[in-house]
Design a protein around this ligand. Structure first.
Ligand SMILES: Nc1nc2c(ncn2[C@@H]2O[C@H](COP(=O)(O)OP(=O)(O)OP(=O)(O)O)[C@@H](O)[C@H]2O)c(=O)[nH]1
Ligand SMILES: [Mg+2]
Length: 241
């Protein structure tokens, strides 16, 4: 049975690791830089306006927001990373939250990494892609704001994104526009198929306990305070060699 995408309800906003949901339902996780359009992509997929909140100001989504889709799966809107104007304590809070989310929380049925179609992915994007790969979940990359890229430049921009993120041949890279709805059907199909697969009990090696600890250790991030964190949302990320 395909989940009804129009039956979506906001469930909760988690500000601390204690608030994370681990109820066994599959989770579709949307990650990306601050202001890249994560909330807009969710709204676009759900066919709703301003359901997940969208802001002109980067850093609008500062908590992990959960939306329940037809009682069958969650869409998870992660706080954006890479926004400079964030206090150190706030950054540390985000880091801890993301670290807990990726290392132990929930069944990630599909990671949707959203990057900017116009630009080469940042170092933080590369690290986030590594984290999804380490989680062994299905991954799809949406190159959002494709409406701002000239058609003559689309292919070369996509090639740069694929190369920089070192995507496997089988990993989907979808040029997307949350504003125009461009390729909404393609991303939706990927999402619904991941939900179906997860509901049948096969999350393609992902989910709790399926992380490859060695891989994760390799790509662990450190925050500004030097502690080991995943997904420090600020600009002071370093890849631990
Ligand atoms: N042109 C264009 N603008 C977009 C697109 N998607 C989002 N935007 C704009 O980009 C800005 C940020 O969008 P959000 O959806 O709030 O981005 P976000 O990634 O959720 O941001 P944070 O919650 O701060 O991490 C808004 O002004 C959107 O209208 C798109 O496909 N094309
Ligand atoms: Mg947002």
């Amino acid at each position: 049975m395909t989940a009804n995408i129009h039956n979506a309800v906001f469930v909760k906003s988690a500000a601390t690791s204690g608030g994370l949901i681990h109820d066994g339902l599959p989770q579709i996780v949307f990650a990306g830089r601050s202001n890249v359009g994560k909330s807009s992509v969710i709204n676009c997929l759900l066919g709703r306006k301003n359901f997940a909140r969208v802001g002109q100001t980067p850093g609008k989504t500062v908590h992990i927001n959960y939306f329940l889709i037809d009682g069958a799966a969650y869409f998870v809107d992660l706080p954006g990373y890479g926004y400079a104007k964030v206090s150190k304590s706030e950054r540390a809070r985000w880091s801890k939250l993301m670290d807990t989310y990726f290392t132990g929380a929930g069944r990630i049925a599909l990671g949707v990494l959203i990057v900017d179609a116009r630009h080469k992915p940042t170092g933080d994007d590369v690290i986030m892609a590594q984290w999804f790969k380490s989680s062994r979940c299905r991954l799809v990359v949406a190159a959002n704001k494709a409406d701002k890229v000239k058609s003559s430049e689309k292919e070369s921009k996509l090639a740069i994104i694929r190369e920089t993120l070192d995507l496997e041949d089988g990993t989907g890279l979808i040029p997307f526009s949350a504003v125009k709805g461009h390729n909404r059907e393609a991303l939706l199909a990927e999402t619904l198929s991941a939900v179906e697969q997860a509901s049948r009990g096969g999350i393609a090696g992902a989910g709790e306990g399926a992380h490859d600890d060695a891989d994760i250790q390799e790509s662990r991030l450190v925050g500004a305070d030097g502690g080991t964190h995943l997904g420090d949302t600020g600009p002071d990320l370093h890849h631990v060699p």
